[in-house]
Design a protein around this ligand. Structure first.
Ligand code: AMP
Ligand code: ZN
Length: 146
């Protein structure tokens, strides 16, 4: 993808500080870290967000998370970390080549977390639960007409 910043980084047309790479994905330091040691893990395959990523590529990236997260924690002395994927502009995505953020956390850092949480009323939790189950079944078995 010619216009994609992360494809350019993957192709070494833009420099980055890589900390891991294999045939499927690369990991490098975010140039504007939330905290020092903030890493991005990026599949080599260009895809807009998590919904368009082949499951086997997602599984490969996920399999790398435990060691990468542990390395970030050990290297930074973090007390914890967040793994975040922003999907869509409304969710804060700015680079439309999907990626995971690994953000080391410290008790006195400036991150504005946790996010505000609400509650369900009446049968709302059942309604949204059924709707998600129905969509998932349709995506996983398009022939069924579910
Ligand atoms: P997102 O907002 O989830 O799409 O995340 C994109 C991330 O890419 C941001 O945290 C940026 O700081 C980071 N970023 C943008 N340009 C570069 C670059 N050239 N090298 C490393 N990280 C970058
Ligand atoms: Zn790309």
């Amino acid at each position: 993808m010619d216009h994609c910043l992360f494809c350019k980084i993957i192709e070494n047309r833009i420099p980055s500080r890589r900390v891991y790479q294999d045939d499927v994905c690369i990991a490098f330091l975010d140039i504007n870290p939330v905290n020092r040691g903030h890493v991005l893990i990026v599949p080599r395959l260009h895809h807009e967000d998590l919904t368009s990523l082949p499951p086997e590529v997602a599984a490969h990236v996920a399999s790398k998370l435990p060691a990468l997260c542990a390395a970030v924690v050990r290297a930074t002395g973090a007390e914890g970390f967040n793994v975040i994927v922003n999907n869509g502009k409304v969710a804060g995505q700015t680079i439309f080549h999907g990626h995971w953020h690994i953000i080391p956390r410290f008790h006195d850092d400036t991150v504005n977390w946790p996010w505000p949480q609400g509650a369900y009323f009446g049968d709302e939790i059942q309604q949204i639960g059924f709707a998600i189950e129905k969509e998932l079944a349709a995506l996983q078995n398009p022939e069924s007409g579910a």
